[in-house]
Design a protein around this ligand. Structure first.
Ligand SMILES: Cc1cc2nc3c(=O)[nH]c(=O)nc-3n(C[C@H](O)[C@H](O)[C@H](O)COP(=O)(O)OP(=O)(O)OC[C@H]3O[C@@H](n4cnc5c(N)ncnc54)[C@H](O)[C@@H]3O)c2cc1C
Length: 436
């Protein structure tokens, strides 16, 4: 049976003790679903996917119920690195081979739409989430930097994308004075933000648009049919359409999705405010992701802390000392922070697919699901929610383009995939360490 991360690592109905939760105003709790109810559409899961789907459907005049097992933004959407990256998670060169140049071009356009959608939702709903432009890709070797530069040329030549600056070692060092990096790129079309504030802002907008939000209401089963019935412990709700937006916290709610979308934990630490020393980490207000397979990603918070994500851990349970886990890669990049005080450290669960492309699927004529953004969901999850809202309303072109991307099940299905992942990730982590 698939493990359910909804209950593995957190206190029921509580946000984790993250720097994000400490710097966001939670909404007053929404009451759980109780008794019998009815809606045009039931959306399960209130992260970016579900919030965006619900908001777009309600704005189109539909009666929407959004059902969340814990709190709005409890999942990855309230805990992530906040990077709004360009493109899909898989590079365009790979996509061109996988789905052909025509669909690859559509997928690029959709990823650009995703960034624009996030920025426009923040502007339209006046979401105060410290949105700022700029994501750098930092490389450990000249060979990796040459690859990044060639990829920037490819995006410019084939897709007309001209927002990426190429950085040599000195330029990268001027931006990020770590001894570890040997050049890279800076993408000023990408951006970063406070993820929980963004999720809560979407929830406020959804509520204002008429979405009925139920918290602490775990969905335990869905009966399909022309009128689907969604069950929670406390109630039942009948709907013409159901949208599954559970991502890494899906557990065994749907076997088809569970066999293709694997949960995986990732960790972030927030140091004490660094004051003037912050310039020894970054000299501009941009985010950074590097080329390690177990990726390091970081940026400064608005109160000048280093928010650093990284670290290896391959069980379903979070390690007991997350700060120590994250400190290790942090010190590899910034040796001068060896003894810095860490004020917050937390984990979250994301979901990956074999090809690192989201898995959008029509599970029944009136049941849609989107998940598996593979660490690239700030934009693509928000966008997938909008695509599902369009599909419910009969415009499925965008949804179908995403759903055409081949999605291979993990070998062994939900029961076996964890040991296999551990094996695979250990191998890649070893490669990282050996630099091969
Ligand atoms: C530590 C970390 C760092 C990351 N960094 C980045 C980054 O910098 N940039 C980026 O683009 N992406 C990043 N990601 C990934 C990104 O956060 C996700 O792709 C995105 O938030 C997915 O949104 P979602 O709405 O699909 O899932 P989630 O936000 O996880 O929401 C799913 C929701 O469904 C609810 N749910 C699950 N099962 C049920 C049920 N049975 N009944 C009711 N509700 C249920 C859960 O409680 C949860 O609230 C990161 C993720 C993590 C964990």
């Amino acid at each position: 049976m698939a493990l359910n991360l909804l209950h593995s690592n957190d206190r029921a109905g509580k946000y984790p003790s993250s720097w994000y939760a400490a710097t966001a105003d939670a909404l007053p709790e929404f009451a759980p679903l109780s008794g019998q109810a009815r809606a045009d559409v039931v959306v399960v899961g209130a992260g970016y996917t579900g919030l965006s789907a619900a908001l777009h459907l309600a704005e189109a005049g539909m009666d929407v119920a959004l059902i969340e097992a814990q709190r709005v933004g409890f999942g990855a959407s309230g805990r992530n690195g906040g990077q709004l990256g360009s493109g899909q998670r898989m590079e365009q060169t790979g996509l061109e081979k996988l789905v052909g140049t025509q669909d690859a071009a559509k997928l690029w356009d959709m990823a650009e739409e995703a960034k624009t959608l996030v920025k426009s939702l923040i502007a339209k709903h006046q979401i105060d989430c410290y949105l700022a432009p700029g994501v750098a890709h930092a490389c450990f070797t000249a060979k990796e930097a040459a690859h990044e530069h060639a990829y920037a040329d490819h995006l410019a030549d084939r897709y007309g994308y001209d927002q990426i600056q190429k950085l040599d070692t000195a330029q990268m060092h001027a931006l990020c004075p770590s001894p570890a990096y040997k050049g890279g790129t800076l993408d000023m079309g990408a951006a970063h933000l406070h993820p929980l504030r963004y999720a809560l802002g979407l929830a406020r907008a959804a509520k204002a648009a008429g979405v009925r939000i139920y918290e602490r209401s775990e969905v335990t089963g869905i009966d399909d049919g022309p009128r689907a019935t969604v069950h929670t412990k406390g109630g039942q709700i009948r709907a013409d359409h159901v949208i599954l937006a559970c991502n890494g916290y899906l557990g065994g709610l749907n076997g088809k999705v569970a066999s293709r979308v694997m949960p995986i934990n990732n960790f972030i630490a927030a140091t004490k405010p660094l004051g003037d020393d912050a310039a020894r980490v970054l000299t501009q207000d941009v985010a950074v992701a590097d080329t390690k397979f177990v990726v390091n990603y970081f940026r400064l918070s608005h109160d000048r802390r280093l928010l650093f994500g990284g670290g290896e851990s391959y069980g379903f349970r979070f390690p007991s000392d997350i700060a120590a886990l994250v400190r290790k890669p942090m010190v590899e990049i910034f040796p001068h922070l060896r003894d810095v005080q860490i004020d917050y450290a937390w984990g979250g669960t994301l979901a990956i697919t074999i090809r690192r492309m989201p898995y959008l699927v029509r599970l029944a004529p009136n049941i849609l699901s989107a998940s598996g953004y593979s660490g690239h969901g700030v934009g693509t999850a928000t966008h997938a929610g909008a695509l599902m809202a369009q599909a419910v309303r009969g415009q499925a072109d965008g949804f179908d383009t995403m759903a055409r991307v081949p999605a291979t099940p993990f070998p062994g299905g939900p029961a076996l995939r964890t040991p296999l992942l551990v094996l695979a990730m250990t191998w890649y982590a070893l490669r990282d360490r050996l630099g091969v």
